[in-house]
Design a protein around this ligand. Structure first.
Ligand SMILES: [Zn+2]
Length: 241
């Protein structure tokens, strides 16, 4: 595994990054996604592996969260930057990788989504659930144009005493930090995507424990995440922090 850190540090091209993802995906051996066979022929020129039993040609990203991602360099760098920088907006990702704002926005949400799905796998920290109604000041519906312009301090004072009583001190602090972060960094977020931002908040909170290769490994697992899956994302009533 040690040499993978070196490779990651020196990686420049898409094929360098493909090689790293290949190692991460099959670090404990190849398995054909079609028939489960563990023997393959390497097709080095195209960075593929061909199953010796059924002949399926598999790329390191096929069937994973990075399925059909063409620019692996941008993806891997965006994933790593995502956690290294304190505030990383879709605009800065768009400028950094010369992508459109819409593409950058989608990349950021997908990164939040995938890492969020993997939280239990990445952390030992216990996640708690909080009702969205206690966070209404920081979570608004983007479609309604109800953009919150009031200072964070004023909003936080509004958190009613009834809700406070339900939390222990640690929960209360966790919730307040989340609200401040949503208000100060994002000027409030759409409730629909609040869980994704909560995932990001949790990841940043514990980022000193995060291992870059382990995080990248999350992206070469699981099923492909279609654009539609994020579009269908519904506003939650409870969010995990
Ligand atoms: Zn096969």
């Amino acid at each position: 595994m040690d040499d993978l850190y070196t490779l990651l540090e020196r990686a420049e091209t898409n094929s360098d990054y493909r090689h790293i993802l290949e190692r991460l995906r099959w670090f404990d051996g190849f398995q054909c996604p079609n028939c489960g066979w563990d023997q393959y022929y390497p097709i080095k020129t195209r960075g593929l592996r061909e199953c010796k039993q059924c002949g399926l040609q598999v790329s390191p990203t096929s069937g994973t969260f990075l399925h059909k991602a063409r620019n692996l360099r941008s993806w891997v760098r965006a994933i790593l930057f995502f956690l290294q920088k304190d505030e990383l907006s879709s605009v800065s990702i768009a400028l950094m990788f010369n992508r459109s704002y819409a593409t950058a926005w989608f990349m950021m949400h997908k990164i939040r989504f995938v890492l969020g799905q993997s939280l239990d796998h990445v952390f030992s920290t216990e996640q708690r659930e909080f009702s969205c109604s206690t966070m209404r000041a920081a979570l608004f519906k983007a479609s309604s144009g109800d953009v919150l312009m009031r200072p964070a301090a004023e909003v936080l004072l509004e958190q009613d005493a009834d809700n406070r009583a339900d939390f222990n001190f640690e929960d209360f602090v966790r919730l307040q930090y989340f609200l401040i972060s949503m208000l100060v960094v994002f000027q409030g977020v759409s409730r629909k995507y609040s869980q994704l931002y909560a995932f990001e908040f949790s990841l940043r909170r514990d980022r000193q424990f995060l291992d870059p290769l382990r995080l990248l490994g999350c992206f070469v697992r699981g099923s492909p995440l279609a654009r539609s899956e994020l579009k269908q994302y519904l506003a939650p009533y409870m969010i995990r922090l």
